[in-house]
Design a protein around this ligand. Structure first.
Ligand SMILES: Nc1ncnc2c1ncn2[C@@H]1O[C@H](COP(=O)(O)OP(=O)(O)O)[C@@H](O)[C@H]1O
Ligand SMILES: [Mg+2]
Length: 426
């Protein structure tokens, strides 16, 4: 059977980069044909299919248009207001917009097809005339994780569904962190279900960062075996200091500014009674020209754990823990830095009570959440403790075996078959 006839496309060993030569009315893109249906508001992602001499394949691919020449769009996604303005890239480095694109491609090329929790990239088509690249990826047609009933702020997911999503995301994140990749934009919109909704995959590496020091800490080797990442000009350390990401999901160390003081988080019992009273306004200290701002808390992979915690909270309670969509940016940063989160009386669509009796499951979940939402990154729970947390393992037939066969090392050493079977079973 030709590969395009199957709904389970075989990913290429190395996704290729080609040039756009055919663009018939914008819908025919070389060997692909796309629909006009945008998969999400604001983003240019469309379902597409392969055209060959044998005919048309099913819509099992998407094309994501990434423009690097439109400053207006970039300004929305990459606000320049940061605690330290990054110096202009040196002439030896590609300019920032191009670099952002190259980064997404490098990370996708490095990870594609290597982990079941990470989206597969098939091909990059470059359209230099319009300063665009087209990323052709597998179509995850279950859609992004929806977590809130828009009419009333209520959760949409059962607690058990949240557990399964968390497990998939944790495994994907473990793979990324093992290779020194910090995702930086973890949120439910970037967790996308496969067609039958049995699991989710991580997408959107547009602002991800590869850190050789994180890689060294994880694997005792500074170099990644994933070749596209070793181009250090794409990932300058100074990029980590920029406020990239989605505001309500950003960690305290990301929104930190000179003079701010992240408080340490109390345990979840104290959090229950904490109030979300209006915080005092923030006055950003001004720096005179040439003055070096004080250094903030280190920016490490722990910032992904925070965003994962915010996502976890959203899925459980159907609302954002810090601020809401209307909160202005400076106010929101202050809330993230200093306010505590407050759980609802119940969690999940199934309304599992969180208080006053606090069933065992609720204390377990609130404890886990509390570990992820520690404002001090050095006190935040690490990924291996999240993965082996009793609540995360609940329902897995053989937890020890599951932990062993799902590590990035075991996975790379040829446990893929095992992994898939285990994933299918739980
Ligand atoms: N491979 C895919 N399969 C299905 N939907 C996708 C896929 N990639 C992206 N999407 C949808 O498009 C949205 C935007 O894509 P994303 O890569 O996150 O772009 P952006 O950088 O604009 O956030 C996602 O939230 C998701 O709903
Ligand atoms: Mg996105």
């Amino acid at each position: 059977m030709a590969f395009w006839k199957s709904n389970h496309l075989q990913p290429p060993d190395v996704p290729t980069t080609t040039t756009l030569v055919e663009n018939n009315g914008g819908r025919v893109l070389n060997q692909y044909e796309r629909t006009d249906i945008k998969l999400a508001r604001g983003a240019s992602v469309y379902p597409c299919r392969l055209r060959t001499v044998d005919g048309l394949g099913p819509y099992n691919l998407v094309v994501k248009y990434v423009t690097y020449g439109d400053p207006a769009k970039r300004a929305r996604k990459f606000p320049t207001k940061g605690r330290t303005a990054s110096p202009d890239p040196s002439p030896s480095r590609p300019a920032t917009p191009v670099r952002n694109l190259y980064r997404e491609i490098a990370i996708l090329k490095a990870c594609s097809g290597r982990h079941p929790s990470i989206v597969t990239l098939f091909e990059v088509i470059s359209d230099a005339r319009y300063k665009k690249s087209l990323l052709v990826m597998e179509f995850l047609d279950g859609g992004s994780v929806q977590w809130r009933d828009p009419a009333e702020e209520k959760p949409l997911l059962l607690v058990e569904q949240t557990r399964r999503i968390m497990r998939d995301v944790v495994l994907g994140l473990e793979f990324l962190h093992f290779h020194g990749i910090i995702h930086r934009d973890l949120k439910p919109a970037n967790f996308v279900y496969v067609a039958d909704r049995t699991h989710v995959k991580l997408i959107d590496f547009g602002i991800s960062h590869y850190s050789a020091s994180e890689r060294k800490a994880m694997a005792n080797k500074p170099e990644s075996p994933l070749a596209p990442l070793n181009d250090s000009s794409l990932f300058p350390e100074s990029d980590l200091r920029r406020q990239f990401g989605t505001a309500p999901f950003m960690a305290p160390e990301v929104v930190w500014f000179p003079g701010s003081q992240p408080s340490s988080s109390p345990n979840s019992a104290a959090v229950t009674s904490a109030s979300l009273s209006a915080p005092s306004s923030v006055i950003l200290p001004s720096l005179s020209e040439g003055q070096v701002p004080p250094k903030g808390p280190p920016l490490t992979k722990a910032l992904d754990i925070w965003s994962l915690g915010v996502s976890f909270f959203c899925m459980l309670f159907g609302r954002i823990p810090f601020g809401d969509e209307t909160t202005n940016r400076i106010h929101l940063n202050n809330i993230i830095l200093s306010e505590e989160w407050v759980p609802e009386w119940s969690m999940g669509f199934d309304q599992v009570p969180t208080t006053p009796l606090k069933p065992i499951e609720a204390s377990s979940i609130l404890g886990l959440l509390d570990g992820m939402l520690q404002k001090d990154p050095s006190k935040r729970i690490d990924l291996s403790s999240i993965k082996s947390h009793t609540w995360m393992l609940d329902g897995i037939a053989n937890p020890k075996e599951w932990i062993r066969v799902t590590t990035p090392r075991a996975y790379e050493a040829g446990f893929q078959g095992w992994f898939q079977r285990l994933q299918d079973r739980v």
